[in-house]
Structure formats: C-alpha cells, structure tokens
Design a protein around this ligand. Structure first.
Ligand SMILES: Cc1cc2nc3c(=O)[nH]c(=O)nc-3n(C[C@H](O)[C@H](O)[C@H](O)COP(=O)(O)OP(=O)(O)OC[C@H]3O[C@@H](n4cnc5c(N)ncnc54)[C@H](O)[C@@H]3O)c2cc1C
Ligand SMILES: NC(=O)c1ccc[n+]([C@@H]2O[C@H](COP(=O)([O-])OP(=O)(O)OC[C@H]3O[C@@H](n4cnc5c(N)ncnc54)[C@H](O)[C@@H]3O)[C@@H](O)[C@H]2O)c1
Length: 452
C-alpha cells in the first residue's frame, strides 16, 4: 500500500520531535502534528520556564548573602510582569528553533490536532486525512485536578507562567516534584507559601532521609507544610479563595495551585477505536519496544506512564527510531536514571533509596550533613546532605542522594559513575577537588550504619 508518509508523529514535544527529526534525517518521509506549541510541555510549560523561574527566585537570597561578602546591595522589588514577558520571549525563541530544526531535517510540520482513524490513518482538525506506514503517539500529559466542588478556583502548572501578578499568599496542593519546585520558586520571589500534602512527607518515592532534609530546609526557609491534609472545602471570597483542609486548618489565599499529578492526553484520540489498549487513567500500553497492540502504532513519553522526564522521552524516541527505521531492535534502558528536583535546596538522586537497598541486600550507609563554606561564611544554618549506599557484599555503590547547591549538576556525573558500576573503593581512590562541596563524595571514610 502507498502511504503519504513513512512516519506520522502525533505530538511535537520532547519525544515526538526527536523521533521525527531522527527519522526525517535518515531520508524517510515524516510529518509531525502539534495542536498547541512546538516543543511541548518541557519547552513551553515545564522544565524550561520552571527553571527560569527557579533562577529568578534564587536572586533574593543571593542579594542578602552578597551583603555579607562586602557588597552594599538591596533586594528591592521584584518585577513579575517584566520577568514574565522576558521569559515568554525566550520560549518564543526556543519554539522557533524547534520548528526550524524540524523543517531543516525535511520534516513536514502540521500545526493542528490529529486523531487516529485506523491503524494507518490520522484525521486532522480541518477534516483532512493522512496515511502513514507507522504512527507514533507522543501526546504527553496534562495536569490532573481532584473532583472537588469549586476546584476551578485553583490554577494548574500551565497557568503559573501567565499569572497577571505575583500572589502575596499562595496555597500549593500536592507534595510531588511540581508542588515542591513551585513552593521554592514562589517563596524565593517573596510570596507567603503554604502547602497541603496528603502524606507525612513531601516527595514520595525518594530516599526518606533526603526528602526529609529537603522538607526541613523548605520549612526553615519559610514554607508552611500541612501534612496529612487535602482540601475539603473551597469557596470564593471576593477575589481570593478560601480553603479548608482535612486537618481542620483554614485560610484565604490570593492563589491556589493544584499540583496533584498529571494524566496522559489520550482522551478522544481514537486509540481504543483503532485497537490500541489503554490502561487505567488513559495510559497507552506498549511493549519493551514501545509498540502497541496494533503493530503500526507506537507510543512513548509521558503518555505511556513510565518515567515522566524529558531525557527519558528523548531516549525512548531514539530507541523507537533504531527499532523501526534502522532495523536494530532497541529496548529503552530504564536502569539508573539520574534525576534532580529543582527544589530549594536542590536534590539529586540516582540508584536505590536506602529503603530499597535495605530490601535488596545488606547495605552500608555513608552519610554526611555539613554547612558548606559559602553558607557558613554568611552564618547560614542550612546543611548539605551527601548519602552513599554501598553493598556490604560487593562494595558496589547502589545509590547516591545529594541535597544542596548544584545537586542536579553533580548527580549528572555520578550517574555515569554508577552506570560504570563503581565501587566504594573507586570513590576512595579518587582524589578530592578542594575546596568544593562535591569533594565530600570521595572523603566519607566510615559508614554511619549497616542495614543487615
Ligand atoms: C511544570 C513541569 C516541570 C517539569 N520539569 C521537568 C524537569 O525539570 N526535568 C525533566 O526531565 N522533566 C520535567 N518535566 C516533565 C517533562 O516536561 C515531560 O516528561 C516531557 O515534556 C514529556 O515529553 P513528551 O514528548 O512525552 O510530551 P510533551 O512534551 O507533553 O509533548 C506532547 C505534545 O503533544 C501535543 N498533543 C497532544 N495531543 C495532540 C494531538 N491529538 N494532536 C496534536 N498534538 C497533540 C501537546 O500539545 C504537546 O505539545 C516537567 C513537567 C512539568 C509539567
Ligand atoms: N525536576 C524534574 O525532573 C521534574 C519537575 C516537575 C515534574 N516532573 C515530572 O512530572 C511528573 C508529574 O509531577 P507532579 O508533581 O504533578 O506529580 P507527582 O505524582 O510527583 O505528585 C503529585 C502529588 O499530588 C498529591 N495528590 C494527588 N491528589 C491529591 C489530592 N486530592 N489532594 C492532595 N494531594 C494530592 C500526591 O500525593 C503527590 O504527592 C513527575 O512524576 C516527574 O516525572 C519532573
């Protein structure tokens, strides 16, 4: 059968764009449909604007610290609208680069919504249909809001980047990546921030000690964390929102942010009608080669509900491209993915948590919490946490967790070290770089405990 394209990609986000570019560069006929803005969540309403906001929010502390280093500086006022507009100019620039790179690779860019009609056909919003030998579903996800009365009085992460004014008093519901990162951002920008989290601690799934350390630091920096608490009643009070929590606390806020998780954007996509199996919450079922039950349809990125990170979507795209267009069956390697939460302080993690390591085998725990030189000089109390989990039997490093400045940068390199299968002896025979924060990773001599 003669198709319009070799590959039709639905979704111009991190995963879709990489798959489309690679495949077009190899000489195949490729189209990518994007219903919103090219670049997807990461570029337009995720990693990139979020990190720019992190940078903006860190200056308040830096100005205070600069004073101790001899500079006469005043923090002054923060111009939210000026910053916001500059941030959007940057996003426009990046979106343009994504579009240009796709076109340069020979890919057709279709700025419309696409839905599946059958295993080889998509229908565009204007009613035209296109056929393709392979279809890649890379539609990402969207914020999920709990079904509670007046939930629409809250905003979601997509809206944060468009606020008209910086909220003076803010409530963030949810203690995952997004909730904690925005709590740090708004706290740094000068808002009075409270969080409602259902569990006893933020950042479920991360190492207990490390997430406890982040939580303590966030509270010391002025964020109020209500644990075991979810909103039970929400009302509009003038142009503010009144919220009552399940622990009985109540207050009125200028802004309430739902950071209660994300769900795949698979509603109305025609997947099930085309024969593609969906799991709970609309997650697309794929095998280890990202192939759905329909052989011509593949899926990757956030919509397959595995690891919702940009570099993972990109690597899945590479694996898909090799498997389908290079004749080289390649499964995505999900082992030892380093990750950072851009909380304040930052946390970087790779490998097992202490709790996971303890389940697996007898583990030696090396840990240190210290005041870094730059902080100690200004009288700061916040400590950096370094934690190394080591197999008692093999000496192999099983997990690394760092909380403190540049933890995200450090964990990138430690990810390589762990992928190479480093042992504690390898760390011990590596010379320190002095004076740095990072040197602590090679100077921890004795374990603080053995978990047998
Ligand atoms: C606030 C926030 C901060 C984040 N920070 C980080 C971070 O610091 N580091 C990190 O690694 N990850 C981060 N993430 C996660 C990261 O953004 C995602 O994992 C990544 O973008 C997933 O890529 P994707 O290609 O699967 O989907 P997306 O990037 O979401 O792209 C999907 C695209 O498909 C389009 N689309 C959907 N349906 C259709 C259709 N029917 N037709 C046409 N187009 C369609 C959408 O408009 C979207 O552009 C963050 C996410 C959020 C929300
Ligand atoms: N730095 C990064 O790499 C980064 C940053 C942001 C997002 N992300 C990715 O995006 C994904 C989604 O992030 P997220 O923060 O939206 O999801 P998440 O699953 O990490 O956190 C959602 C939180 O909301 C809570 N929650 C759910 N329903 C609730 C309710 N009714 N009331 C109170 N709390 C409720 C959950 O208990 C959980 O703590 C992450 O898993 C991550 O992969 C990554």
């Amino acid at each position: 059968m003669d198709f319009d394209y070799d590959l039709f990609v639905i979704g111009g986000g991190s995963g879709g764009v990489r798959a489309a570019r690679l495949t077009a560069q190899s000489g195949f006929r490729v189209a990518v449909a994007e219903e919103s803005r090219m670049g997807g969540t990461c570029v337009i309403r995720g990693c990139v604007p979020k990190k720019l906001m992190v940078f903006a929010s860190e200056y308040s502390e830096q100005v205070v610290n600069a004073h101790h280093y001899g500079w006469s500086m005043e923090t002054g006022a923060f111009d939210w609208c000026g910053f916001r507009d500059r941030m959007h100019s940057e996003l426009d620039r990046l979106e343009g680069i994504y579009q240009t790179n796709l076109e340069k690779a020979g890919c057709e860019v279709i700025r419309q919504r696409a839905v599946l009609k059958d295993p080889h056909t998509v229908e565009l919003a204007d009613g035209t249909t296109k056929t393709a030998k392979h279809i890649l579903v890379a539609v990402g996800g969207q914020p999920k809001v709990p079904p509670i009365e007046n939930a629409d009085l809250g905003i979601v992460s997509d809206d944060v980047f468009h606020l008209d004014a910086l909220p003076k008093k803010m409530l963030i519901v949810g203690g995952g990546y997004i909730g904690c990162e925005f709590a740090g951002i708004f706290n740094g920008l000068g808002s009075d921030v409270s969080m409602f989290i259902r569990g006893a601690q933020i950042l479920r799934g991360f190492d207990e000690e490390a997430r406890g350390h982040v939580g303590d630091c966030m509270e010391r920096r002025g964020i109020t964390i209500h644990t075991g608490c979810a909103p039970t009643q929400i009302e509009k009070r003038g142009d503010r929102v009144w919220v009552k929590g399940s622990n009985g606390c109540e207050d009125t806020f200028d802004c309430m942010l739902w950071a209660t998780g994300r769900r795949p954007s698979t509603d109305g996509l025609g997947l099930e009608e085309a024969g593609v199996k969906l799991e709970r919450h609309g997650v697309v079922c794929v095998d280890e080669y990202l192939q759905t039950d329909v052989p011509s349809i593949y899926a990757l990125g956030d919509c397959i509900g595995r690891v919702e990170l940009t570099p993972v979507a990109i690597r899945e795209a590479v694996a898909f491209h090799k498997t389908v267009f290079e004749g080289e069956k390649t499964a995505m390697d999900y082992d030892l993915i380093p990750t950072a939460t851009f909380t304040q302080p930052e946390m970087g993690s790779v490998g097992l948590t202490e709790e996971e390591a303890a389940e697996q085998e007898p583990t030696l725990v090396y840990a240190t919490a210290f005041r870094p030189m730059q902080q100690a000089f200004v009288g700061g109390e916040e400590r950096v946490l370094f934690k190394l989990l080591v197999s008692k039997e093999t000496d192999k490093v099983l997990g690394i967790h760092i909380v403190g400045p540049h933890a995200g940068e450090m964990i990138q390199y430690l990810g390589i070290v762990m992928k190479m299968g480093a042992t504690k002896a390898d760390f011990d025979r590596t010379c320190a770089v002095h004076p740095t924060i990072a040197e602590e990773i090679v100077t921890m001599r004795d374990p603080v405990r053995l978990i047998d």
